[in-house]
Ligand binder design. Structure first.
Ligand SMILES: [Zn+2]
Ligand SMILES: [Zn+2]
Ligand SMILES: [Zn+2]
Length: 291
């Protein structure tokens, strides 16, 4: 019997605490096996573009992260653990968000801006851990990445401090407003609005009235944000509306709902490219949360 490799020992302890884990070689996950190479398998069911892959090996980076001790100690994972030098975890899968602060300047910014929470020292900066998951995004500002859903983070120890609830300030960073449109530019660039009806939502289990009422309420929220924050509101409304359909067989015409939100966001001054991204992120966040 050979001794349990240290990374595997750490991984099993985390998995037992409900944190999905995966092995790292150096700073990155191991490559996919031959049948998963270049996405030949179609990808895992939990990935953004869901595929049928049930490969037992730790393929597909964060998507392989698991809390299943049987998988972690299986013969397929054994050779990988022998070569692993570190452990990563899937923050979103554990219901967490890691604000990854790469350097001293980023840490200083966080101390001024974000609520105190559990912190873990990294090579040149810190990880700040919050309770609650969200869409991930790199470089939300200089030296700051947000790692949660569809991302892995290196495990560098439990850190210190009590964990705070994910603040709106962090959620808003992924859809931060970047530019203010010049006055007069808005009306001419209103995107066309399609209407949501049964023809675009053949697989929706909700009544037309339910969907329309939800949409109108959401649009009113965005419309009310004439001063600022309409982009973030658009993200929130898109996520809320999409979440109503995670139990539907689909299609539910979510793209049409999204277009309606974009149109209203643009009408209150959000640049269209930004509005589109915020809404796309919102629709996606709901799907990821349900996965
Ligand atoms: Zn594979
Ligand atoms: Zn695969
Ligand atoms: Zn639906």
């Amino acid at each position: 019997m050979s001794a349990t490799p240290e990374p595997l020992r750490v991984a099993l302890a985390l998995a037992a605490a409900g944190v999905p884990v995966l092995p790292l070689r150096g700073k990155v996950p191991f490559g996919n096996c031959r049948s998963c190479k270049d996405g030949a398998c179609g990808g895992r069911p939990n990935m953004k573009a869901a595929g049928p892959c049930l490969c037992p090996a730790p393929c597909h980076a964060w998507a392989a992260a698991t809390t299943d001790a049987h998988a972690l100690t299986s013969p397929v994972w054994a050779p990988v653990w022998r070569e692993a030098v570190a452990v990563a975890y899937h923050p979103g899968g554990a219901g967490l968000t890691v604000v990854d602060l790469d350097n001293a300047a980023a840490v200083a910014w966080a101390r001024e801006t974000l609520p105190a929470t559990r912190t873990v020292p990294t090579t040149r900066g810190e990880h700040w851990l919050y309770r609650g998951a969200m869409a991930s995004s790199n470089a939300v500002r200089p030296g700051v990445d947000i790692k949660s859903l569809t991302q892995y983070a290196r495990w560098l120890g439990a850190g210190t401090g009590g964990m705070a609830v994910l603040p709106a300030a962090v959620r808003a960073m992924v859809v931060k407003e970047e530019t203010t449109p010049a006055p007069g530019e808005v009306a001419s660039s209103l995107p066309a609005r399609a209407t949501w009806d049964r023809s675009v939502a053949t697989g929706c289990r909700h009544t037309e009235r339910y969907v329309r009422t939800g949409l109108e309420r959401g649009l009113a929220l965005v419309r009310a944000r004439t001063e600022s924050g309409a982009g973030s509101q658009a993200f929130g409304v898109a996520r809320f509306l999409a979440a109503q359909h995670t139990g539907c067989p689909g299609p539910c015409g979510l793209a049409v709902l999204g277009d309606a939100i974009v149109a209203v966001a643009v009408s209150v001054g959000v640049p269209e490219t930004y509005a589109r991204r915020a809404v796309a992120n919102g629709l996606e966040a709901a799907v990821e949360r349900a996965a």
